[in-house]
Design a protein around this ligand. Structure first.
Ligand SMILES: NC(=O)C1=CN([C@@H]2O[C@H](COP(=O)(O)OP(=O)(O)OC[C@H]3O[C@@H](n4cnc5c(N)ncnc54)[C@H](O)[C@@H]3O)[C@@H](O)[C@H]2O)C=CC1
Ligand code: BAL
Length: 503
């Protein structure tokens, strides 16, 4: 099979237009069929029907991509290219994202099922911000001169690793492209990116934008394929010096194991979460309810930092639950391309089954289904916004990441007890507290065991603020200046200015 072109006519309330771009494995600036000539079906989760088929990448394609990335690193990228030039290209890529933001948002809505409006306003807009942020860093990467003694000049250099592998999930397809490419390219690495097999369209569209921006061939290579083939090949490849992953804790563990068993490549992981959201008696209720609804139902609950465990203090519990439920009921489930839709379908049959399995577990374990708990509609992968009450701390729905529109609302009396329950999880990605007492809010933020603590908001992610997990939610930080460390090797240089060694 040779390179194919994906063509689709969108006609909807939010986007109308013809989108057409080449697909295939993208290696050395060119598209081609995968080495086996096989394909992967891309499904529209709103209907469960096939939208198109794209080339399936293979471990042989990963080998080819590594060769191209290594050559690009040695000849036309890395420290061969001034940071200002790397920044210029990243800015150009951001401009192209902006120019094509409708198209990128439409592709997200098509194969992920998120709404066009949110995809454009949040995912694509945030991606542009992240690319611009790292473009700004590209010529500001520097080490330190370290004073030792008069006869020694000691300094550090922040050097790129070389070829880095990046494996990303399906919940924020284009945003994860930007989180991964931004810091890796700013610091001078070349990349093999593996998008999720469920949501490859926006990443494949980005490949043409990479060429248009003027990145030398081989700097960015994109191989769509399955986790146990392409993902595994990246994790264990001897020619790859670092792997960055976003996805489940289960797969994060496998990646770390493969890295350890191969070349001990540097590993960063952004994994799952079961984030607590604590609402105190003195909270501004309107604010707390709106943010809490957004915290769990935005992106259909498929957010690693979703506020899925909502702890509400007894004095406001009844009113919170009543108004939280009303708000959840008012969320419009519908066509991701409709103007007023808030929630679309879950991404895949697998995720639908996984979420409904956990909902059933909640029912069987004796929790009360306060709202929802059933599928929505007759086709595709839609699930009603669901609220459980009367839970117990050891129930699966309280402990496990559901990654769907399912909240557990838990009453508490005592603040110390809320804190203890909030921290009673193997995860530590994010946590939130709602209170009008800012001193108390900050005290909670300091005691919550999470990489991000929000006071009076949730899901706030900024390009210049680091994000990542405590405990089994991850290793390393993305975003902000800290993410540059994920992609830099630090070299210490000592220059002897006259010290003589005597024997
Ligand atoms: N932290 C986050 O943002 C995400 C968390 N998840 C969690 O993971 C659960 C399962 O979702 P999945 O799609 O199965 O996530 P996953 O962790 O399997 O998939 C994420 C990426 O890893 C790749 N992958 C899978 N197996 C691999 C392997 N052995 N080696 C290397 N790469 C591999 C996949 O192809 C995909 O590109 C969700 O229900 C959710 O709880 C899923 C996606 C994103
Ligand atoms: N994985 C990055 C953002 C999120 O899922 O919340």
């Amino acid at each position: 099979m040779s390179t194919t072109t994906f063509t689709y006519q969108f006609e909807s309330q939010t986007f109308t237009g013809n989108v057409s771009f080449p697909t295939g494995v993208f290696i050395d600036g060119k598209f081609s069929a995968g080495s086996k000539g096989t394909t992967i079906d891309v499904i529209n989760p709103s209907t469960g029907k096939v939208v198109t088929s794209i080339a399936e990448g293979t471990p042989d394609d990963v080998n080819r991509a590594v060769k191209a990335a290594k050559r690009a690193f040695d000849e036309s990228w890395g420290l061969k290219v001034p940071g200002s030039q790397r920044g210029k290209l990243l800015n150009k890529l951001a401009d192209l994202f902006e120019q094509h933001s409708d198209e990128l948002a439409a592709l997200e809505a098509l194969d992920n099922g998120k709404t066009f409006n949110w995809a454009k306003a949040a995912d694509v807009a945030a991606s542009i911000g992240v690319l611009r942020y790292y473009a700004g860093w590209a010529d500001k990467i520097h080490g330190q001169v370290i004073e030792t003694h008069e006869d020694n000049l000691a300094y550090t250099r922040h050097e790129p690793f070389g070829v880095v592998g990046q494996i990303i999930p399906w919940n924020f397809p284009v945003m994860m492209v930007s989180w991964k490419l931004g810091p890796a390219l700013a610091t001078g690495n070349t990349v093999i990116l593996k998008p999720s097999e469920f949501t490859p369209l926006s990443a494949l569209r980005v490949c043409s934008l990479i060429n248009e921006a003027g990145f030398p061939p081989g700097v960015v290579n994109v191989v769509v394929g399955y986790g146990n083939t392409v993902g595994q090949a990246i994790s264990e490849h001897l020619g790859i010096d670092k792997v960055a992953f976003t996805g489940s804790t289960l797969v994060g563990r496998k990646i770390m194991e493969a890295a350890a068993k191969s070349n001990l490549k540097n590993v960063t992981l952004e994994l799952g979460g079961k984030s607590p959201n604590i609402v105190l008696n003195d909270a501004d209720l309107d604010l707390a309810i709106n943010w809490s609804v957004h915290g769990i139902f935005w992106n259909h609950g498929q957010t690693c930092c979703a506020g899925s465990r909502i702890y509400v203090q007894s004095g406001i519990y009844d009113e919170f639950l009543r108004r939280f439920t009303e708000k959840a009921k008012s969320l419009k489930l519908g066509d991701p391309f409709a103007k007023d839709s808030y929630q679309g379908p879950q991404v895949s049959q697998i995720q639908f089954d996984r979420i409904m399995g956990l909902v059933d577990a909640g029912k069987k374990e004796g929790a009360t289904v306060h709202l929802g708990g059933e599928r929505h509609g007759n086709e595709g992968y839609w699930i009603q916004p669901t609220i459980f009450t009367d839970t117990k701390p050891d129930m699966r729905i309280v402990q496990e990441e559901i990654f769907g529109p399912v909240a557990v609302v838990i009453k508490f009396e005592d603040e110390e007890d809320a804190l203890r329950q909030a921290n009673d999880t193997l995860y530590g990605l994010a946590a939130a507290v709602f209170t009008t007492n800012l001193t108390k809010g900050i005290q909670f933020a300091h005691k919550l065991q999470a990489g991000t603590a929000w006071v009076n908001c949730v899901n706030s992610l900024q390009p210049n603020v680091p994000f990542g997990g405590y405990k089994q939610s991850g290793v390393g930080r993305e975003l902000g200046e800290y993410a540059l460390q994920n992609y830099s090797n630090i070299k210490s240089v000592h220059v002897n200015l006259g010290q003589v060694i005597q024997f």
